[in-house]
Design a protein around this ligand. Structure first.
Ligand SMILES: Nc1ncnc2c1ncn2[C@@H]1O[C@H](COP(=O)(O)OP(=O)(O)OP(=O)(O)O)[C@@H](O)[C@H]1O
Ligand SMILES: [Mg+2]
Length: 260
């Protein structure tokens, strides 16, 4: 498969001394869905923000990020769409949803978006886009807000969608709906997905490949089956064991959603 993104020895330090990310190597293929998992503080967001060029200016970064086999870095919005954990934080509370999406599309016009507001809202699963477009963010549920945040990220038709804990604040049923939506959207458009979570079970329902992080390092990468059935690193083995203790031996069999 053609690599879309190739990261080599990426190291990030916020304070100039202790690295929050240490020599990370990661390749994401075109159309691939990668689940990035790890406990809080393991460096998942740091890696994602570095890819998207959203780190604070003061952060020290070394290593390389290659985009589509060139020395260019990915462009925000059109190459990469980013969905944050807190959808309310990425929406303007005093602007109607339709106006916010129209503004994003206006900024992107001339770049590559051929979408319009109703189309974007329909794409993220709203059967009545006009009703949603007329609402303010506080008039939507958490799951609806997250769908709107995904619509914002999709406006530039990015090749890579990064969802950083995009479902963590939602209950499990709404969470499953968002995961199905991300799965369908990436399958439909052929874009790649970097899905960040601390939840191994959730990541394995969606991802072609799992990447496990701890203490700023990538410990292991493999298909969900490889990671769950034959973890190599002791920490990954303990992570799988603790999930199996909670979930029973069904982590792969019953939870994997069809890629539709
Ligand atoms: N802007 C920042 N300034 C200084 N330190 C930071 C900053 N952002 C993150 N860190 C530190 O970098 C380390 C990695 O943080 P990061 O946010 O990447 O973890 P994470 O895996 O995304 O955690 P979580 O699951 O809680 O979101 C942590 O020790 C964190 O305190
Ligand atoms: Mg994070």
């Amino acid at each position: 498969m053609t690599p879309l993104l190739e990261i080599t020895k990426l190291t990030v330090s916020y304070d100039g001394t202790t690295p929050a990310l240490h020599e990370a190597n990661l390749t994401v293929a075109a159309g691939e869905r990668v689940g990035l998992i790890g406990e809080s503080g393991s460096g998942k967001s740091t890696l994602a923000l570095a890819i998207a060029g959203l780190l604070p200016r003061t952060a020290r970064v070394s290593g390389s990020i290659r985009w589509q086999q060139t020395d260019t870095v990915p462009r925000k919005g059109t190459d990469i769409g980013y969905v944050f954990q807190d959808p309310a934080g990425s929406l303007d509370p005093v602007m109607r949803i339709g106006a916010q999406l129209a503004e994003i599309l206006r900024v992107l016009r001339g770049k590559q978006s051929q979408l319009d507001v109703p189309e974007l809202l329909a794409r993220v699963g709203f059967p009545d886009p006009e009703i949603i477009a007329a609402r303010y963010p506080h008039q939507l549920s958490g799951g609806q807000k997250q769908r709107v945040a995904i619509a914002c990220a999709l406006a530039g038709q990015p090749r890579l969608l990064i969802a950083d804990e995009a479902t963590s604040a939602l209950d499990t049923i709404v969470q499953a709906g968002i995961v199905r939506l991300l799965s369908r959207l990436t399958a439909d458009t052929g874009s790649s997905l970097l899905f960040i979570t601390h939840d191994l079970a959730l990541a394995s329902t969606l991802a072609d490949r799992l990447v496990v992080m701890r203490n700023g390092r990538i410990l292991e990468a493999g298909t969900p089956r490889e990671i769950i059935e034959h973890p190599r690193h002791p920490y990954v083995a303990s992570l799988v064991a603790s999930h199996l203790a909670l979930e029973g031996p069904t982590l792969l069999e019953t939870q994997r959603e069809p890629a539709q």
